[in-house]
Write a protein that binds this ligand. Structure first.
Ligand SMILES: Nc1ncnc2c1ncn2[C@@H]1O[C@H](COP(=O)(O)OP(=O)(O)OP(=O)(O)O)[C@@H](O)[C@H]1O
Ligand SMILES: Cc1ncc(CO)c(N)n1
Length: 228
């Protein structure tokens, strides 16, 4: 059976925990084909965000045109959009699809990932056309109320771990994947919570990097067959 297509519009994380890496790993795990539109390149590790380099607007638009035209994704998930122009572009081009907006404004590390103009564009243009938005509590405050869309406010959880970098991206991607498979919003939301919890449990004792490690993006680590 041909899998549904979901496109993530987001930035890279050189540490592999958040952003596009998290999104594509989650899509693959949940049986959807993932396409990706890269909005920015970040220099990032388990300690924080060191640099952000936005991709030129026309290159973002060209990626989005290519994917929408050829692969016809049933669902779109947005992560870090980097500029107000890209926020508006997504609102214009993707309003007729399942649209999961993770308004990436503030990372768990506290790093500020968006300007005031980006925030304003979310409020004016993108949130009103979203199927659902998944701000964390800091982002909800930053967006200000009221926001006119279905809101699924994310907040940590009860699994004790410091390996939680990328949980927000993983959660919103899982939500988009389950919606793409046809589940209703409450069921998709419950499954997305369970998926993230399972991945957090898998990686809770890992020692990757010196800071807040990535949420697990693998599924089972083979004990046999690795090169000696
Ligand atoms: N410690 C935890 N135990 C169980 N579930 C968790 C935990 N941390 C996160 N989650 C799940 O992941 C979802 C997203 O987490 P959170 O709100 O912390 O993301 P975030 O702040 O956007 O993360 P990031 O900026 O690192 O991507 C939560 O709503 C919850 O379902
Ligand atoms: C690229 C990227 N997207 C999203 C987040 C939010 O955690 C992050 N830290 N980095």
């Amino acid at each position: 059976m041909t899998p549904p297509v979901v496109v993530t519009i987001a930035a890279t994380d050189s540490g592999g925990g958040a952003g596009i890496a998290a999104d594509l790993a989650t899509f693959a795990a949940l049986g959807v084909h993932g396409a990706c539109v890269v909005t920015a390149v970040t220099a990032q590790d388990t300690g924080g965000v060191h640099a952000i380099h936005p991709v030129p607007h026309e290159v973002v638009a060209a990626q989005l045109d290519a994917v929408l035209d050829d692969l016809d994704p049933v669902a779109v998930k947005t992560g870090m959009l980097a500029t107000p122009e890209v926020v508006r572009l997504v609102a214009e081009r993707c309003a007729d699809r399942i649209l999961v907006v993770d308004p990436v404004l503030v990372a768990t590390s506290g790093a500020v990932l968006a300007s005031d103009a980006v925030r304003q564009a979310y409020r004016d243009a993108l949130l009103p056309v979203a199927t659902v938005a998944t701000p964390n509590e800091d982002e909800l405050v930053a967006l200000g109320r009221p926001v006119s869309t279905n809101l699924l406010v994310t907040r940590g959880g009860d699994i004790p771990t410091t390996n939680d970098h990328g949980t927000g991206c993983t959660h919103s991607s899982a939500l988009a994947a389950y919606l793409a498979h046809g589940l209703d919003l409450p069921t998709a939301a419950a499954r997305a919570d369970a998926f993230v919890a399972g991945q957090l449990r898998l990686g809770k004792d890992w020692t990757l990097g010196r800071g807040r490690g990535p949420v697990a993006h693998v599924h089972a680590i083979p004990t046999q067959g690795a090169p000696a």
